[in-house]
Design a protein around this ligand. Structure first.
Ligand SMILES: Cc1cc2nc3c(=O)[nH]c(=O)nc-3n(C[C@H](O)[C@H](O)[C@H](O)COP(=O)(O)OP(=O)(O)OC[C@H]3O[C@@H](n4cnc5c(N)ncnc54)[C@H](O)[C@@H]3O)c2cc1C
Length: 377
């Protein structure tokens, strides 16, 4: 990789404060110059802009980490197959991206930055094209999933089980992007709530967001027999099977889904670790998965489950999942996995650091330096 990282970072610092303008300019230019590419994108572009920005930031931050960057780009490339991205689209994206940065740099852009970015971009494109080609030999760009069960567990949460039309190779803790027939070309990530199973079924825990396109369609307009599209598996929240003898899982709401998959997976860890699961919900009625968690506990003798309720006006003790960990005097002396809203993950990770848990023992989907999860160019 012959990329001038110094030039990339210097030029990025010029445009980072106006990154929103850069992405708007980029898409405007791309769609004006290459109108056929517009068809590959969803009607509303807001999330798409965030994703481009996120992907760019991750690339800029991880340039020194060759293996990590390649792994991330590989995931990105596999994911892009579902949009119908072809090798001939890459030069169009590269030239519009550099032009958008140059245009928004307030006259401070140097010709050397053009060259540095094109070298970096050509490298990125090469890695992605190769990864997509390799992937195409074995797997489809997207899977058609048939909904085989749809359980409304609370007024806001549904548990949906899907049977993909082909084997879906993934690791416990990963997520899939889903597309509902109600919102063509709109993909949203949802964690897979079970470890890989012989029957190939995938379960998702969906919380409906008020006004949310895909979550509302999944909650209210999806029934057994319906089809969903599934993108390839993504994400880095996976278990190291040579892990510690004590695993702690801290979930907020439907952040339970990937952690449940990891608990199922933990039966393969040598010497069966002790597991503490803390599931935090706002109100006691939001604890949507108690029955299944009881079943899981009956299969894992070393699994302890603690529920924490943070906002129940009638609850006699109100606390978050990480409060519960302290209250029960559990010493976080092993790997700790955290999943929930980004705010919950941020607060919990800070509390864990304060309790002396080493940084590299705290596992989240959004850990700095880990392969990011949202990036879709
Ligand atoms: C890696 C990853 C895994 C995820 N796994 C799950 C999962 O297992 N289960 C699950 O239910 N969701 C999960 N999500 C969130 C999910 O992908 C969607 O963002 C969510 O369902 C909203 O999508 P939507 O199309 O319904 O809403 P949109 O149409 O995207 O949004 C509608 C409005 O709601 C706001 N909004 C979006 N999300 C939220 C939110 N979470 N809380 C409050 N306001 C919001 C938006 O800003 C917008 O104003 C995951 C997200 C990521 C990044």
């Amino acid at each position: 990789m012959n990329i001038d990282i110094g030039l990339i970072r210097r030029s990025w610092s010029l445009v980072e404060p106006v990154a929103d303008q850069v992405t708007q300019h980029f898409y405007g230019r791309l769609f004006a110059n290459y109108p056929h590419i517009r068809e590959m994108f969803p009607p509303a572009m807001d999330l798409q802009r965030d994703r481009l920005l996120h992907a760019l930031t991750q690339v800029v931050l991880n340039l020194e980490d060759g293996a990590g960057l390649n792994d991330y780009l590989g995931q990105l490339a596999r994911d892009h197959r579902k949009y119908g991205v072809q090798p001939e689209h890459y030069p169009a994206v590269g030239s519009c991206l550099v032009a958008a940065m140059r245009f928004n740099a307030g006259g401070a852009w140097l010709p050397a930055y053009d060259e540095a970015w094109m070298t970096a971009y050509n490298y990125i494109a090469e890695v992605m094209i190769q990864a997509a080609e390799q992937d195409a030999v074995q797997t489809p760009p997207a899977w058609i999933g048939t909904v085989v069960a749809h359980e409304v567990r609370t007024p806001e949460i549904a548990v949906i089980t899907v049977e993909p039309d082909h084997p879906y190779p993934y690791r416990a803790g990963q997520y899939a992007t889903l597309q509902s027939a109600h919102w063509p070309r709109v993909w949203r990530p949802y964690s897979i709530a079970n470890a890989p199973r012989q029957d190939n079924l995938l379960t998702f825990h969906v919380r409906m967001v008020p006004g949310g396109w895909v979550s509302t369609a999944l909650m209210h307009h999806t029934r057994p027999g319906d089809s969903l599209l599934l993108g390839p598996p993504r994400g880095s929240l996976v278990l190291d099977r040579a892990s510690t003898s004590h695993l702690i899982f801290i979930a907020g709401g439907t952040g339970l889904a990937p952690l449940k998959a990891l608990i199922e997976e933990s039966v393969w860890v040598p010497d069966r670790p002790t597991i503490d699961l803390f599931h935090g919900v706002r109100r006691s009625g939001d604890a949507y998965d108690n029955e299944d968690l009881q079943r899981l506990r009956s299969q894992h003798r070393r699994l302890r489950i603690v529920h924490a309720v943070s906002d129940d006006p009638e609850g006699w003790r109100r606390h978050s999942a990480v409060d519960a960990l302290e209250y029960h005097r559990i010493v976080p002396d092993g790997d700790v996995f955290v999943c929930g809203s980004s705010e919950m993950v941020r607060v919990t990770a800070n509390r864990l650091l304060g309790l002396g848990v080493p940084f590299d023992r705290i596992h989240t989907e959004f850990a700095p330096g880990a392969a990011p999860s949202l990036a879709v160019l």
